[in-house]
Design a protein around this ligand. Structure first.
Ligand SMILES: *Cc1c(COP(=O)(O)O)cnc(C)c1O
Length: 380
């Protein structure tokens, strides 16, 4: 069979075999409802709280501050809408950035329809959002700020600590979407000055459709789903136990393997860049030169249109992306690259390669050679 190389782990990752194994009993024998008081229920409850403890250790959080959700999107929506609605008598101003994931951007647009005012901070050419710009945007009626930890398209890591310290002094609720950062950066919510933080299982080799929101104890919050009193009345609905167990196992393995994973991703990145240098093709790396997530490499090959490159790579068995999975497929320029104000030839040729646990450095080398061949062929 023809070789296939998957370099789109920022879109989603394969489920780790040990995760599948950990989930299996919870799809077969352990089917009780964690809210039931009988033995079946108690068994499920115990497993649920065990998983919560594991993920709490992973994020250095108090287990009671974690709320399980249906994924990163729900965690983002919960944080933004639940955080804003709880404070609507205090103020109606929210700050975010123009390079957020759509789960944050569209939740903010929804707030605008509800009568809130939203400021969208710009990013510079490296995809960085400035703390000074944030400070300038803060007003007496600002109630909530949401800035992502690491960008999913270009990988730029934002100054979350600096922003959070400033906002904490002013008692402004601060949310960060850390979906891409967890698993590749050590994250401690007890040290980080954030009030809410979103994570998703399927970006760290867990199952799809499960995630969590860290929701600090005293953070104003209005629940979003109405029903039973699960998750300490913060998120109604019978818990997706098998997936939560899988999520915890994925987190446990990620924590164990983080260093070696990151070392490999750095090597993959260097290998690809060196290959293109050797091949003498012109390319430009997008995102911040140092402050970037190790598993994301966004690079432009001016003169070769993004869609053309992606199609040619796909024919060669290499899966990459134009940016977020949600915008690819359309010929529209990604909102992130647009916000970064890159020159047209750079923006229109950007490709995102994102690395994962099953990749090898040799795969990076072979994929990079294929990219170079495509560039040479198209330029001839
Ligand atoms: C994937 C992603 C999300 C959405 O998470 P889902 O679990 O797919 O809903 C949110 N934010 C970022 C930065 C992401 O990469």
């Amino acid at each position: 069979m023809r070789e296939r190389i998957y370099l789109d782990h920022a879109a989603t990752t394969p489920v780790h075999p040990r995760v599948v194994e950990a989930m299996h009993p919870f799809l077969t024998e352990v089917y009780g409802n964690p809210s039931s008081v009988h033995g079946f229920g108690r068994e499920a409850r115990q497993a649920l709280e065990g998983a919560r403890d594991t993920i709490a250790r992973f994020l250095d959080a108090d287990p009671q501050t974690l709320v399980f959700t249906s994924g990163g999107t729900e965690a983002d929506n919960m944080a933004i809408i639940g955080g804003a609605m709880a404070q609507r008598e205090r103020g109606r101003h929210v700050i975010t950035s123009s390079i957020e994931h759509h789960a944050v951007l569209h939740a903010c647009e929804h707030l605008e329809q509800l009568g809130f005012e939203v400021t969208y901070l710009p990013a510079d050419k490296t995809g960085m959002i400035s703390t000074d710009e944030l400070k300038k945007a803060v007003r007496p009626d600002t109630i909530l700020v949401s800035i992502m930890y690491g960008n999913n398209e270009v990988g730029t890591i934002q100054p979350i600590e600096e922003m959070g310290s400033y906002l904490r002094e002013r008692e402004i609720v601060f949310h960060t979407d850390a979906v891409q950062a967890v698993g590749v950066l050590p994250i401690s919510v007890s040290k980080l000055p954030v009030d809410m933080l979103s994570v998703s299982a399927h970006k760290i080799n867990g199952p799809k459709g499960v995630g969590a929101l860290f929701l600090g104890r005293k953070v104003p919050f209005t629940p979003y789903l109405h029903g039973g009193s699960q998750e300490r009345k913060r998120r109604a609905g019978t818990e997706n136990l098998a997936s939560i167990i899988g999520f915890a196992e994925a987190a446990r393995i990620a924590q164990e393997e983080m260093e070696e994973r990151v070392a490999k991703y750095r090597q993959m990145r260097t290998t690809m860049l060196q290959c293109w240098q050797q091949e003498g093709i012109s390319f430009e790396v997008n995102g911040h030169p140092e402050k970037h997530l190790p598993h994301i490499l966004n690079v432009s090959f001016p003169g070769v249109h993004t869609e053309t490159m992606l199609m040619n790579l796909d024919l060669e068995g290499v899966a990459a992306a134009s940016g977020s999975a949600c915008t690819s497929g359309s010929l529209e320029l990604s909102h992130v690259l647009e916000a970064m104000c890159l020159d047209d030839p750079v923006a229109q040729s950007a490709i995102r390669f994102s690395f994962g646990i099953t990749n090898t450095v040799e795969e990076a080398e072979r994929a990079a050679r294929k990219v170079a061949q495509i560039v040479h062929r198209l330029k001839r």
